[in-house]
Ligand binder design. Structure first.
Ligand code: ATR
Length: 279
Protein backbone atom coordinates (compact mmCIF):
# COMPACT_ATOMS: atom_id res chain seq x y z
CA UNK A 1 0.00 0.00 0.00
CA UNK A 2 1.17 3.52 -0.70
CA UNK A 3 2.49 5.61 2.16
CA UNK A 4 1.88 9.27 2.87
CA UNK A 5 4.66 11.87 3.06
CA UNK A 6 4.42 15.59 3.36
CA UNK A 7 5.70 19.06 4.05
CA UNK A 8 4.78 21.33 6.93
CA UNK A 9 5.47 25.04 6.68
CA UNK A 10 3.83 28.40 6.23
CA UNK A 11 3.26 29.43 3.52
CA UNK A 12 3.58 26.29 1.35
CA UNK A 13 1.32 27.23 -1.57
CA UNK A 14 4.19 27.75 -4.00
CA UNK A 15 6.31 24.83 -2.82
CA UNK A 16 7.85 22.76 -5.60
CA UNK A 17 8.35 19.76 -3.30
CA UNK A 18 4.98 18.03 -3.94
CA UNK A 19 5.43 17.79 -7.70
CA UNK A 20 9.13 16.92 -7.35
CA UNK A 21 8.45 14.02 -4.96
CA UNK A 22 5.18 12.81 -6.51
CA UNK A 23 6.87 12.63 -9.91
CA UNK A 24 9.75 10.68 -8.39
CA UNK A 25 7.30 8.20 -6.79
CA UNK A 26 5.49 7.77 -10.12
CA UNK A 27 8.74 7.15 -11.98
CA UNK A 28 9.64 4.37 -9.53
CA UNK A 29 6.12 2.89 -9.66
CA UNK A 30 5.68 3.66 -5.98
CA UNK A 31 2.11 4.38 -4.84
CA UNK A 32 3.24 6.88 -2.22
CA UNK A 33 1.94 10.42 -2.07
CA UNK A 34 3.46 13.73 -0.88
CA UNK A 35 1.23 16.56 0.28
CA UNK A 36 2.01 20.13 1.38
CA UNK A 37 0.31 21.05 4.68
CA UNK A 38 0.02 24.73 5.56
CA UNK A 39 0.65 24.82 9.32
CA UNK A 40 0.69 28.06 11.31
CA UNK A 41 3.11 28.53 14.22
CA UNK A 42 0.40 28.05 16.83
CA UNK A 43 -0.62 24.72 15.27
CA UNK A 44 2.84 23.14 15.01
CA UNK A 45 2.56 20.88 18.05
CA UNK A 46 -0.93 19.70 17.05
CA UNK A 47 0.32 19.05 13.51
CA UNK A 48 3.14 16.81 14.76
CA UNK A 49 0.68 14.99 17.05
CA UNK A 50 -1.55 14.50 14.00
CA UNK A 51 1.36 13.16 11.95
CA UNK A 52 1.95 10.53 14.65
CA UNK A 53 -1.75 9.64 14.87
CA UNK A 54 -2.14 9.33 11.11
CA UNK A 55 1.13 7.39 10.82
CA UNK A 56 2.49 9.69 8.12
CA UNK A 57 5.73 7.98 7.10
CA UNK A 58 7.95 11.03 6.77
CA UNK A 59 7.86 14.75 6.20
CA UNK A 60 9.83 17.83 5.32
CA UNK A 61 9.84 20.91 7.50
CA UNK A 62 10.24 24.40 6.10
CA UNK A 63 10.03 28.03 7.22
CA UNK A 64 9.06 28.93 9.93
CA UNK A 65 9.19 25.53 11.72
CA UNK A 66 12.72 24.18 11.13
CA UNK A 67 13.98 25.10 14.60
CA UNK A 68 10.76 24.83 16.65
CA UNK A 69 9.90 21.34 15.38
CA UNK A 70 12.91 19.88 17.20
CA UNK A 71 11.17 19.92 20.57
CA UNK A 72 8.38 17.67 19.28
CA UNK A 73 10.68 14.96 17.86
CA UNK A 74 11.96 11.79 19.59
CA UNK A 75 15.50 11.98 18.25
CA UNK A 76 17.63 14.42 16.27
CA UNK A 77 20.69 13.41 14.27
CA UNK A 78 24.03 14.92 15.41
CA UNK A 79 24.57 17.20 12.40
CA UNK A 80 21.00 18.54 12.53
CA UNK A 81 21.64 19.32 16.21
CA UNK A 82 24.80 21.22 15.33
CA UNK A 83 22.97 23.13 12.60
CA UNK A 84 20.11 23.70 15.04
CA UNK A 85 17.44 22.97 12.46
CA UNK A 86 15.59 19.99 11.00
CA UNK A 87 14.21 19.85 7.45
CA UNK A 88 13.49 16.10 7.18
CA UNK A 89 11.74 13.74 9.58
CA UNK A 90 11.48 9.96 9.28
CA UNK A 91 8.75 8.07 11.14
CA UNK A 92 10.33 4.82 12.30
CA UNK A 93 7.58 2.73 13.89
CA UNK A 94 6.16 5.76 15.66
CA UNK A 95 9.50 7.36 16.56
CA UNK A 96 10.03 10.68 14.79
CA UNK A 97 13.70 11.16 13.88
CA UNK A 98 14.91 14.53 12.60
CA UNK A 99 17.66 15.19 10.06
CA UNK A 100 18.98 18.15 8.13
CA UNK A 101 19.56 17.42 4.43
CA UNK A 102 20.00 21.11 3.50
CA UNK A 103 23.70 21.14 4.39
CA UNK A 104 24.60 17.81 2.79
CA UNK A 105 22.37 18.69 -0.18
CA UNK A 106 24.30 21.90 -0.64
CA UNK A 107 27.65 20.12 -0.37
CA UNK A 108 26.68 17.47 -2.93
CA UNK A 109 25.46 20.07 -5.41
CA UNK A 110 28.60 22.18 -4.91
CA UNK A 111 30.93 19.21 -5.46
CA UNK A 112 29.45 18.75 -8.94
CA UNK A 113 31.14 22.03 -9.89
CA UNK A 114 34.26 22.12 -7.72
CA UNK A 115 35.12 18.43 -7.37
CA UNK A 116 37.84 17.64 -4.80
CA UNK A 117 39.32 21.09 -5.41
CA UNK A 118 36.87 22.22 -2.73
CA UNK A 119 39.42 21.03 -0.15
CA UNK A 120 41.84 23.68 -1.44
CA UNK A 121 39.39 26.55 -1.59
CA UNK A 122 39.18 29.63 0.62
CA UNK A 123 35.48 30.08 1.23
CA UNK A 124 33.34 33.05 2.27
CA UNK A 125 29.81 32.37 3.56
CA UNK A 126 27.55 35.44 3.49
CA UNK A 127 24.75 35.43 6.08
CA UNK A 128 24.26 33.91 9.52
CA UNK A 129 20.70 32.54 9.50
CA UNK A 130 19.51 28.94 9.30
CA UNK A 131 20.70 28.38 5.73
CA UNK A 132 24.15 29.76 6.61
CA UNK A 133 24.39 27.40 9.60
CA UNK A 134 23.69 24.39 7.37
CA UNK A 135 26.22 25.44 4.73
CA UNK A 136 28.92 26.49 7.18
CA UNK A 137 28.58 23.28 9.23
CA UNK A 138 29.04 20.94 6.25
CA UNK A 139 31.93 22.96 4.81
CA UNK A 140 33.69 22.68 8.14
CA UNK A 141 33.04 18.93 8.22
CA UNK A 142 34.31 18.60 4.63
CA UNK A 143 37.46 20.59 5.52
CA UNK A 144 37.82 23.45 3.10
CA UNK A 145 41.14 25.31 3.15
CA UNK A 146 39.75 28.41 4.90
CA UNK A 147 36.21 29.13 6.09
CA UNK A 148 35.23 32.78 6.50
CA UNK A 149 31.87 34.31 7.30
CA UNK A 150 30.40 37.78 6.76
CA UNK A 151 27.09 39.11 7.98
CA UNK A 152 25.24 42.40 8.33
CA UNK A 153 25.05 41.67 12.06
CA UNK A 154 28.61 40.60 12.80
CA UNK A 155 27.79 39.30 16.29
CA UNK A 156 25.42 36.70 14.85
CA UNK A 157 28.17 35.47 12.51
CA UNK A 158 30.58 35.24 15.44
CA UNK A 159 28.14 32.99 17.31
CA UNK A 160 27.67 30.80 14.27
CA UNK A 161 31.40 30.42 13.71
CA UNK A 162 31.95 29.48 17.35
CA UNK A 163 29.19 26.87 17.36
CA UNK A 164 29.46 25.28 13.90
CA UNK A 165 33.19 25.11 13.08
CA UNK A 166 33.74 21.53 14.28
CA UNK A 167 37.08 21.08 12.53
CA UNK A 168 38.45 24.44 13.64
CA UNK A 169 39.08 25.50 10.06
CA UNK A 170 40.99 28.77 9.81
CA UNK A 171 38.87 31.80 8.98
CA UNK A 172 37.71 35.25 10.06
CA UNK A 173 34.37 36.82 10.94
CA UNK A 174 33.83 39.92 8.79
CA UNK A 175 31.26 42.65 8.40
CA UNK A 176 29.86 42.86 4.85
CA UNK A 177 31.94 46.00 4.19
CA UNK A 178 35.15 44.36 5.41
CA UNK A 179 34.52 41.27 3.28
CA UNK A 180 33.91 43.47 0.22
CA UNK A 181 37.31 45.09 0.76
CA UNK A 182 39.02 41.69 1.06
CA UNK A 183 37.02 39.87 -1.62
CA UNK A 184 40.09 38.82 -3.62
CA UNK A 185 41.06 36.53 -0.72
CA UNK A 186 38.26 34.10 -1.53
CA UNK A 187 37.98 31.32 -4.13
CA UNK A 188 34.35 30.56 -3.37
CA UNK A 189 31.68 33.02 -2.24
CA UNK A 190 28.30 31.71 -1.09
CA UNK A 191 25.22 33.87 -0.57
CA UNK A 192 22.89 32.30 1.99
CA UNK A 193 20.83 35.45 2.63
CA UNK A 194 17.54 36.25 0.93
CA UNK A 195 19.00 39.41 -0.63
CA UNK A 196 18.27 39.29 -4.38
CA UNK A 197 15.32 36.93 -4.08
CA UNK A 198 12.18 37.67 -6.09
CA UNK A 199 10.57 40.20 -5.99
CA UNK A 200 13.59 42.25 -4.77
CA UNK A 201 15.75 41.15 -7.67
CA UNK A 202 17.77 44.37 -7.98
CA UNK A 203 19.53 43.88 -4.60
CA UNK A 204 23.05 42.59 -4.04
CA UNK A 205 24.25 41.05 -0.74
CA UNK A 206 27.82 42.20 -1.42
CA UNK A 207 29.65 44.36 -3.99
CA UNK A 208 31.87 42.35 -6.33
CA UNK A 209 34.43 45.01 -7.35
CA UNK A 210 37.32 43.04 -5.87
CA UNK A 211 36.19 39.58 -7.01
CA UNK A 212 38.98 37.24 -8.12
CA UNK A 213 38.70 36.47 -11.84
CA UNK A 214 38.63 32.69 -11.39
CA UNK A 215 36.34 32.65 -8.36
CA UNK A 216 33.23 30.51 -7.95
CA UNK A 217 30.11 32.37 -6.81
CA UNK A 218 27.19 30.38 -5.45
CA UNK A 219 23.74 31.65 -4.54
CA UNK A 220 21.26 29.50 -2.58
CA UNK A 221 18.43 31.46 -4.20
CA UNK A 222 16.66 29.73 -7.14
CA UNK A 223 14.02 32.37 -7.84
CA UNK A 224 15.24 34.08 -9.96
CA UNK A 225 17.48 31.39 -11.45
CA UNK A 226 20.18 34.01 -12.01
CA UNK A 227 20.24 36.60 -9.24
CA UNK A 228 21.89 39.98 -9.70
CA UNK A 229 24.85 38.59 -7.72
CA UNK A 230 25.25 35.72 -10.22
CA UNK A 231 24.76 38.00 -13.22
CA UNK A 232 27.51 40.34 -12.04
CA UNK A 233 29.82 37.48 -11.08
CA UNK A 234 29.35 35.85 -14.49
CA UNK A 235 30.10 39.15 -16.24
CA UNK A 236 33.39 39.23 -14.33
CA UNK A 237 34.30 35.75 -15.56
CA UNK A 238 33.44 33.79 -12.41
CA UNK A 239 31.86 30.34 -12.40
CA UNK A 240 28.32 30.62 -11.05
CA UNK A 241 26.01 28.15 -9.27
CA UNK A 242 22.34 28.80 -8.53
CA UNK A 243 20.20 27.22 -5.80
CA UNK A 244 18.40 24.63 -7.93
CA UNK A 245 21.02 21.94 -7.34
CA UNK A 246 20.78 22.31 -3.56
CA UNK A 247 16.99 22.27 -3.62
CA UNK A 248 16.92 19.07 -5.70
CA UNK A 249 19.64 17.37 -3.67
CA UNK A 250 18.09 18.13 -0.25
CA UNK A 251 14.86 16.62 -1.59
CA UNK A 252 16.60 13.60 -3.09
CA UNK A 253 18.41 12.90 0.20
CA UNK A 254 15.11 13.13 2.11
CA UNK A 255 13.51 10.78 -0.46
CA UNK A 256 16.30 8.25 0.14
CA UNK A 257 15.84 8.41 3.91
CA UNK A 258 12.10 7.78 3.56
CA UNK A 259 12.08 5.09 0.88
CA UNK A 260 15.58 3.58 0.84
CA UNK A 261 15.57 4.20 -2.93
CA UNK A 262 17.52 6.77 -4.95
CA UNK A 263 15.25 8.99 -7.04
CA UNK A 264 16.08 10.16 -10.56
CA UNK A 265 17.75 13.47 -9.72
CA UNK A 266 17.86 14.65 -13.34
CA UNK A 267 14.14 14.21 -13.59
CA UNK A 268 13.61 16.01 -10.28
CA UNK A 269 15.66 18.91 -11.59
CA UNK A 270 13.58 19.01 -14.77
CA UNK A 271 10.35 19.23 -12.74
CA UNK A 272 11.79 22.07 -10.64
CA UNK A 273 13.09 24.00 -13.66
CA UNK A 274 9.73 23.65 -15.38
CA UNK A 275 8.03 25.21 -12.35
CA UNK A 276 10.57 28.00 -12.24
CA UNK A 277 10.07 28.72 -15.91
CA UNK A 278 13.65 27.82 -16.77
CA UNK A 279 12.77 25.11 -19.33
P1 ATR B 1 17.40 31.68 6.73
O1 ATR B 1 16.92 30.76 7.80
O2 ATR B 1 16.69 31.48 5.40
O3 ATR B 1 18.87 31.68 6.57
P2 ATR B 1 17.22 34.02 8.45
O4 ATR B 1 17.49 33.17 9.62
O5 ATR B 1 16.12 35.02 8.52
O6 ATR B 1 16.90 33.14 7.15
O7 ATR B 1 18.60 34.75 8.04
C1 ATR B 1 18.63 35.72 7.08
C2 ATR B 1 20.05 36.16 6.80
O8 ATR B 1 20.02 37.11 5.75
C3 ATR B 1 20.73 36.84 7.97
O9 ATR B 1 22.11 36.60 7.89
C4 ATR B 1 20.43 38.32 7.71
O10 ATR B 1 21.34 39.23 8.29
P3 ATR B 1 21.17 39.67 9.83
O11 ATR B 1 21.70 38.54 10.66
O12 ATR B 1 21.99 40.91 9.95
O13 ATR B 1 19.71 39.92 10.05
C5 ATR B 1 20.57 38.35 6.21
N1 ATR B 1 19.83 39.46 5.58
C6 ATR B 1 18.49 39.56 5.41
N2 ATR B 1 18.19 40.72 4.80
C7 ATR B 1 19.36 41.38 4.59
C8 ATR B 1 19.71 42.61 3.98
N3 ATR B 1 18.78 43.43 3.45
N4 ATR B 1 21.03 42.93 3.93
C9 ATR B 1 21.98 42.13 4.44
N5 ATR B 1 21.69 40.94 5.03
C10 ATR B 1 20.41 40.56 5.09
Amino acid sequence: MGKLFGLIGHPVGHSMSPSMHNDAFRLLNQEHHYHAFDVSEKDLEAAVTGIRALEISGFNVTIPHKVEVIKYLDEVDAEAKLIGAVNTVVNVSGRLIGYNTDGEGYLQSLLKTTGDQLHNMKVLVIGAGGAARAVYTVLSRYSVSELHIANRTKEKARHLATECNQRRIEGTVWSLEEAEEQLDLFDLIINTTSVGMSPRVAELPIQLDKLKADAVVSDLIYNPLKTKLLQEAEAKGATIINGVGMFVEQGALAFEKWTGTAPDRKHMEKVVLQQLGGL
